[in-house]
Ligand binder design. Structure first.
Ligand SMILES: C[S@@+](CC[C@H](N)C(=O)[O-])C[C@H]1O[C@@H](n2cnc3c(N)ncnc32)[C@H](O)[C@@H]1O
Length: 398
């Protein structure tokens, strides 16, 4: 059922910024996107034209790592200005989302509660108040989101779900670029799977670290008969996500669970996905979760995790660019995660090396679909990760 066909209300309709708040959202969106796109290009130019030659004359060689590029760039005023805009726009995008959430919070809670009781589309929501939230989530406000992924302030709270979703919308410019698809990652990987493996028909799908489930829902457009499951540690984001899925007419079974201890039976899933997830974890947790993925995957199944590309697949400048968040955006695990060999991580978790892959798939919202066959045959490359492409790592097992 499409969203327009359901009579389930959309909880997002209760997010009602005033005219001034909306203008602020738009300003922050444009500022952040300016830094991430336009300033990124100029910064690379400054590196090539100034910082790199200076480093070479001092060391007799080019920088070889992201950290060396960071050291070479550290005094560059344009880079410092870029960092300042990135940091401040990140902080502002959540701060200016809080008021409209707080104003309507009782109604939001009531709506999510009613939807969870009635379950009109047949999904479910199972929370576990006794579950210990991992310290790597509770210890700091990851990517400067106040309250991080997990906080709850009142009974049946949905605030954190709404805050992260609306703040994320500001981040990626949902208001100023109305065509942007919030579930673009899931849509792009789902489309890729249907083109690459036309006979693949998953019966059960699991999304790990789902938050609102926005990147899980598109898989159900490609595989409408599949049973969809989603786990996360954050109760408020799950309540919000469940309300959104039911509104979209998609039955998703949301559970509050630490993915290090996934308690589904062996070989329970045909497709296991995640997006923007593993870079939030210490490598010890990543290893445990990948081992669960191997245990949970049925023969013929596929695992596909969208993530940042690893350091060994990027040049030193890109490594500097991607690892910026480690020191400037409360993302303590980015750099360590990216320093891993993803094939080693997967084989250590029990996957056969031959079954593992890494690739970058085009964003279907912006890529010319007529070029897709040429992309699949290797004649055309996908755009770089974050610039029209999405990096994924995973496996297809026999
Ligand atoms: C950056 S968000 C990604 C959200 C979503 N997948 C998306 O595409 O937008 C990372 C999510 O992982 C969740 N998470 C972190 N550690 C987890 C764990 N050990 N088990 C389950 N979820 C976890 C967080 O609560 C958060 O919602």
């Amino acid at each position: 059922m499409a969203a327009s066909e359901t009579s389930v209300p959309d909880i997002d309709d209760l997010y009602q910024p005033t005219h001034d708040e909306r203008s602020r959202h738009d300003f922050i969106s444009v500022l952040r996107n300016f830094a991430k796109r336009d300033m990124r290009d100029e910064m690379e130019h400054r590196f090539e034209s100034t910082a790199r030659p200076a480093f070479e004359s001092e060391h007799g060689r080019a920088p070889e790592t992201g950290r060396e590029v960071a050291a070479a760039m550290s005094g560059d005023l344009y880079y410092r200005f870029y960092s300042s805009i990135r940091y401040n726009s990140q902080e502002m995008m959540y701060l200016h989302t809080m008021d409209p959430v707080e104003r309507k919070l009782p109604e939001m809670i009531e709506m999510a509660r009613r939807i969870a009781e009635e379950r009109p589309t047949g999904g479910s929501l199972e929370l576990n108040p006794d579950m210990e939230i991992p310290r790597y989530v509770t210890a700091l406000d990851i990517h400067l989101a106040p309250g991080c992924f997990h906080s709850e302030y009142v009974e049946d709270d949905v605030a954190q779900g709404m805050l992260l979703a609306q703040g994320g919308g500001v981040a990626f410019g949902a208001n100023v670029h109305r065509m942007r698809d919030a579930g673009g990652v899931g849509r792009s990987i789902g489309y890729y799977l249907t083109q690459k493996y036309p006979d693949f028909r998953p019966e059960r799908i699991l999304d790990i670290g789902t938050q609102s489930g926005k990147n899980l829902l598109p898989y159900l457009d490609f595989y409408p008969d599949a049973e969809a499951h989603a786990v996360d540690v954050g109760p408020a984001t799950l309540r919000y996500g469940h309300a959104k899925a039911e509104h979209a007419g998609k039955a998703v079974h949301f559970r509050q669970m630490n993915a290090e201890h996934l308690d589904y039976p062996d070989q329970h899933f045909d497709l296991i996905v995640s997006s923007f997830f593993f870079h939030e974890l210490p490598v010890t947790a990543t290893k445990k979760i990948l081992a669960h993925c191997r245990r949970l995957l049925r023969p013929g199944g596929i695992m596909a995790h969208m993530e940042l590309p690893p350091q060994n697949q990027c040049d030193p400048y890109l490594n500097f660019y991607w690892d910026w968040d480690t020191r400037n955006n409360n993302e303590p695990f980015y750099e360590k995660f990216r320093s891993q060999d993803f094939f080693d991580l997967m084989t250590e978790a029990g996957f056969e090396r031959e079954s593992c892959f890494t690739t970058t798939v085009p964003d279907v919202g912006t890529f010319d679909k007529e070029l897709y066959p040429a992309f699949l045959s290797g004649e055309v490359e996908a755009p770089l990760h974050g610039r029209g492409g999405w990096f994924i790592f995973g496996a297809k097992i026999d």
